[in-house]
Design a binder for this molecule. Structure first.
Ligand SMILES: C[S@@+](CC[C@H](N)C(=O)[O-])C[C@H]1O[C@@H](n2cnc3c(N)ncnc32)[C@H](O)[C@@H]1O
Length: 317
């Protein structure tokens, strides 16, 4: 593959946030077009190493050429797997401690813009939305086989869709007549289920349901929570994790996991000194999330909702 047009978001902020040590062991959990990976690799000496995960084989294929220099220097290993398998996959390479981990969540532009992948409500395509094309669960199965209650739950929870019940009811009715096969069919059903006045505001009427189905197909929040907790465990002292999120559910999850790890646990009131073993093992590098500068926002539309959070390990107990 010679083309993979993805403009990396918060490139410098996310990588400089890792404070890369040149001989360290790093993981890019979301290789994509390789923008962050390349920046990390440039900061590593021949004794450092980067393990780059992507569950989508097309991202790995593209980077075989793009990051060939690092493969040649033997400081890069690709791992085609879900990042929820972080610990297990790295153990196959004899790695159990890390100096830094990066996540740049969501789908890449080529995934989104390739109509056939079925991620976008803008192109008519078979309902798919799998990041890992070898996975069996796809959007068609969710839309045609999940119960009314399960559809309402994901539309509410993952899409924050006000008309979740009405949309789920319309889906139920339509699929009784014939299987719902394409993105256009789903868009039409959503439009019919939403009152005309609501259809005219708040962006594309299918945006929230498509987001919800995509999160469910790829179990995005479950994978993130499992992976982050493994990454936190595997960090060396001084090691850091940078996470870029693009929607509020992901950001809330990262914020609350980082907060929990960097706070003093509940102590009995009136203790004069906090016992050493009760002090947190992590610190937030930035209290507030880092957002792209105006300059980046003007050239990259995808950057608008991006937020970067960074945490550092300060002790191992
Ligand atoms: C936003 S792109 C990353 C872009 C990359 N940072 C760059 O600079 O080009 C996200 C990538 O992560 C991958 N991805 C998302 N969730 C994943 C998961 N749970 N496991 C492995 N890869 C995942 C997607 O397939 C996609 O290629």
């Amino acid at each position: 593959m010679d083309k993979f047009e993805h403009t990396t978001v918060l490139l410098h902020e996310a990588v400089s946030g890792l404070a890369v040590k040149k001989n360290g062991v790093y993981v890019d959990c979301t290789l994509g077009g390789g923008g962050h990976s390349k920046q990390i690799l440039n900061a590593l000496s021949a004794n450092g190493h980067l393990y780059a995960f992507d569950q989508d084989q097309t991202a790995i294929d593209f980077n075989q050429g793009e990051l060939a220099f690092a493969l040649k220097e033997k400081k890069l290993t690709f791992i085609q797997a879900n990042f929820r398998e972080l610990k297990k996959q790295l153990s196959h390479h004899g790695i159990d401690r890390l100096d830094g981990v990066l996540y740049d969540l969501g789908v890449s532009s080529p995934q989104f813009d390739n109509a056939q992948r079925g991620f976008s409500y803008r192109y008519d395509a078979p309902l798919d939305m799998r990041m890992n094309q070898a996975q069996s669960l796809d959007a068609k199965q969710i839309v045609n086989e999940w119960s009314y209650a399960e559809l309402v739950r994901i539309f509410f929870r993952y899409g924050e869709e006000k008309y979740a019940k009405s949309i789920a009811r319309h889906i139920e009715k339509k699929r009784e007549l014939a299987k719902i096969e394409t993105t256009d069919q789903l868009v039409e059903i959503i439009k019919e289920a939403i009152p005309a006045r609501a259809r005219r505001k708040g962006g594309h009427p299918a945006k929230r349901v498509f987001q919800a189905v995509r999160i469910a197909v790829n179990d995005e929040l479950g994978a993130l929570e499992e992976s982050l907790s493994q990454a936190l465990d595997m960090l060396n002292v001084g090691g850091r994790i940078s996470v870029i999120t693009f929607q509020s559910l992901e950001d809330r999850l990262v914020k609350s996991m980082f907060k929990e790890k960097s706070q003093i646990s509940d102590l009995p009131p009136g203790l004069p000194v906090i016992p050493k073993d009760q002090l947190p093992s992590y610190r937030l590098v930035n209290k507030k999330p880092i957002k792209p500068q105006l300059e980046e926002l003007t050239v990259n539309h995808r950057a608008h909702s991006a937020k970067l959070r960074i945490i550092e390990r300060i002790a191992i107990k």
